[in-house]
Design a protein around this ligand. Structure first.
Ligand code: SF4
Length: 455
């Protein structure tokens, strides 16, 4: 049996693509393994959003060269965002790579390449007689994979083994934020058919998915190419599907966020998690303009007011870029003030990382890396205090959680609707179930508590 390992970098869109690739390979009777040493194929799903991540990927591939000496069947496949625009670089720098397929390349082609690779590996294993003869299982219907379609980006996306179902409702982006490489790597925005999305979700629920995560670079600009249904309409259609499951989505863009999305969330709180990841990036209008984000701090705060009014129990998180070119002390203070005003539950903050091809990479950078680091450290400290305070308010309360996996300390790791990581002692059989947990202690990143019961 051919074994594969997938290393995923980057955003939830990449996680969804990796899940789709895994399911496709499992349908070809391949086995997913969780250590690279035991794999015949390593698939690296790359992310181009930050230069640091890109360098990490290169050094990871460099280290893989050693594994090739231990396994003559060993293959490396590169997919994802960097693969879209650095194909030649990959081939010249790492000649042992089997093939590269970019995020905006035809997904049907990726299926075809994977299918060809598996078949040639099976044949090669048989010829070399280094393992027991392996043939594609007689029940494997290869023809179904040749009947390619463009559903959900072309990849067959049956989800057999996960309680989480990552659903790309669209791909690409039209926004061209000046720091972002996504429109170059994933191409222009395309929304998938609502009927295909709903069909996929129904299927995943029927095989046990408990959490549906709708993904897109800018989910608010979703528009079904057939029915013209918008994101609020799609969200509602998902929420009224029968079953015991939660729905999350990411990420909205404040540029396109509408009140009707919040109202649908409020109407369907039993299904749609009270959690909004709403990336603001900066608290300074000057910087937002330089970033080409097409909204103002005032507009953002109005949306936060909607969330707080219609979903008073919802948690809110955001992304912040520190040290964007042109960011002066005042701009930075405005960002810190915004964080305090919104009282975010969580903030994902990063130092600006210039990406080739983007406008921001050509902008005059006025700060040293050390100065940016000082700002980042300060901002993170402010946020840790806020998060800790907010989390402490849950002590003594009961949170409904979905149990995901064992935690390192022998406890179970679960997630609340508000996206808190909740740790508690319990039987491993609870994994994949909804439970009520009484919260007893709280830190900036985790809550811990005692199991009340399954719910
Ligand atoms: S909205 Fe902006 S940051 Fe997000 S993917 Fe599109 S260009 Fe990039």
């Amino acid at each position: 049996m051919i074994k594969f390992f997938i290393q995923t970098y980057g955003c939830q869109a990449n996680v969804a693509d990796s899940q789709a690739i895994a399911n496709f390979l499992k349908d070809l009777d391949c086995e997913q393994v969780f250590t690279q040493e035991s794999a015949d194929i390593i698939i690296i799903n790359t992310c181009a959003i930050r230069d640091k991540a890109e360098q990490k990927i290169y050094s990871y591939i460099g280290r893989l060269a050693k594994l090739r000496k231990q396994n003559i069947f060993f293959k490396i496949v590169i997919v994802g965002c960097i693969a879209s625009y650095k194909k030649k670089d990959f081939y010249s720098r790492f000649p042992f790579i089997t093939f590269v397929n970019g995020a905006r390349d035809d997904k049907n082609l990726l299926q075809q390449k994977l299918l060809d690779l598996i078949m040639s590996m099976q044949t090669s294993k048989q010829i070399n007689k280094l393992t027991e003869p392996v043939v594609l299982n007689k029940d494997t219907n290869i023809s179904k994979f040749k009947n390619f379609n463009l559903k959900l980006g072309g990849l067959k996306v049956e989800n057999k083994h996960s309680i989480q179902s990552f659903i790309n409702i669209m791909t690409g982006c039209n926004n061209f934020c000046t720091y972002c490489i996504v429109p170059f790597t994933r191409g222009r925005e395309i929304s998938y058919l609502a009927s295909d999305i709903l069909e996929k979700i129904k299927f995943d629920i029927s095989i046990g998915a408990k959490e549906i995560i709708l993904l897109g670079q800018n989910v608010n600009s979703y528009k079904c190419p057939e029915t013209e249904i918008n994101f609020a309409g799609l969200l509602k259609k998902v929420a009224i599907l029968p079953g015991n499951f939660w729905i999350r989505f990411m990420s909205p863009n404040p540029k396109d966020m509408t009140l009707d999305v919040i109202k649908v969330m409020a109407e369907h709180q039993d299904k749609i998690c009270g959690f909004v990841h709403h990336p603001v990036q900066s608290g300074s209008n000057k910087i937002l303009e330089l970033m080409n984000r097409s909204y103002t701090v005032e507009k953002y705060l109005q949306q936060i007011d909607w969330i707080k009014k219609y979903l008073p129990k919802a948690t809110i998180s955001t992304d912040i870029i520190v040290g964007f070119p042109g960011e002066n002390e005042q701009d930075f203070i405005a960002t810190v003030e915004l964080i305090k005003t919104v009282n975010f539950d969580n903030v994902y903050s990063y130092i600006f990382s210039p990406r080739k091809y983007t406008k921001a990479a050509l902008m005059q950078d006025n700060l040293s890396y050390q100065e940016k680091q000082v700002r980042l450290d300060y901002l993170q400290k402010v946020q840790i205090d806020i998060a800790k305070n907010k989390n402490e308010a849950y002590i003594g309360h009961t949170l409904k959680c979905l149990v995901e996996k064992p935690a390192v300390n022998g406890m179970l790791l679960a997630r609340s609707a508000g996206n808190h990581t909740v740790l508690f002692n319990g039987d491993y059989e609870l994994i994949n179930s909804f439970v009520d947990v009484n919260i007893e202690t709280a830190g900036a990143t985790n809550l811990t508590g005692s199991l009340i019961d399954k719910c």
